[in-house]
Ligand binder design. Structure first.
Ligand SMILES: [Zn+2]
Ligand SMILES: [Zn+2]
Length: 246
């Protein structure tokens, strides 16, 4: 209820005030972009020298962090920090679903992934459990997938994966606990198209346990190539201490 009131307050404020950046609140000339140029700049910045497997910045070659990820590749736009982190919070927790498509387009247009992304032929958003989706009103991963589908010009299969069980929050669980928590959580609905490279779309990837559980489900149903496509990963906090989930 409180979040509804704050969303309503924010919507009223947005209506009464001239267009302003949703992240830094700075006034803007046009409303259509949602974020100002200064906030979009680091989100759209080219990040060269990525690990080809997990996208972690600066490695240039396959890094030491990614072997525990179960997917063949995970393409991540950027670090879970700064304006990208703020934008994801607005999208996930503050009802700003309209940010999903432009953020998805940013990932689809990232020059360092241009060649790899041409291999993806189908997009599948990570589903939310129906009760969670009703509470939020939308699935943020679907919003991102729509933006990606626009720029990659590939089909989007919204209902292919279904969440069968409500899972506990992953935060605070170790790798085995996360796997256990997600066992049987997803199901495939309908036939899988053959010989496709499926791009599984998620907002934030931390240990890739959700993407891994989705990928296992799709593999059991016959899919052969599954990649993760995500907006952000807490790369800088990965490694030693376990990164906190958003
Ligand atoms: Zn701004
Ligand atoms: Zn890596």
């Amino acid at each position: 209820m409180r979040s509804l009131v704050s969303q309503l307050g924010r919507a009223l404020l947005d209506f009464a005030l001239p267009p302003h950046c949703l992240v830094c609140r700075q006034a803007m000339a046009e409303a259509g972009e949602y974020l100002c140029g200064q906030c979009w700049a680091p989100i759209r910045a080219v990040r060269p020298g990525r690990c080809p497997r997990c996208s972690c910045p600066g490695a240039g070659a396959v890094c030491t962090n990614c072997p525990s990820w179960e997917l063949e590749r995970v393409l991540v736009l950027g670090d879970y920090a700064g304006p990208l982190r703020e934008a994801i919070h607005l999208l996930k927790f503050q009802g700003h679903r309209q940010l999903g498509e432009p953020l998805g387009r940013c990932l689809g247009l990232a020059p360092e992934f241009a060649e790899s992304l041409r291999e993806v032929d189908l997009l599948v958003p990570v589903p939310l459990f129906p009760a969670r989706q009703r509470e939020r009103g939308y699935n943020q991963s679907l919003m991102l997938a729509r933006g990606l589908a626009q720029v990659l010009e590939v089909p989007l299969c919204e209902g292919l994966l279904r969440r069968r069980t409500a899972t506990r929050q992953q935060a605070g669980l170790n790798a085995a606990g996360r796997r256990q928590n997600l066992a049987g959580a997803f199901g495939v609905v309908g036939p899988l198209p053959a010989h496709t490279c499926i791009g599984l779309v998620d907002d934030v990837v931390t240990t890739a346990s959700t993407l891994g559980a989705c990928a296992r489900t799709l593999e059991e149903a016959g899919a052969c190539r599954i990649w993760g496509l995500a907006l952000a990963c807490p790369f800088l906090r990965r490694g030693g201490e376990s990164a906190a989930l958003p």
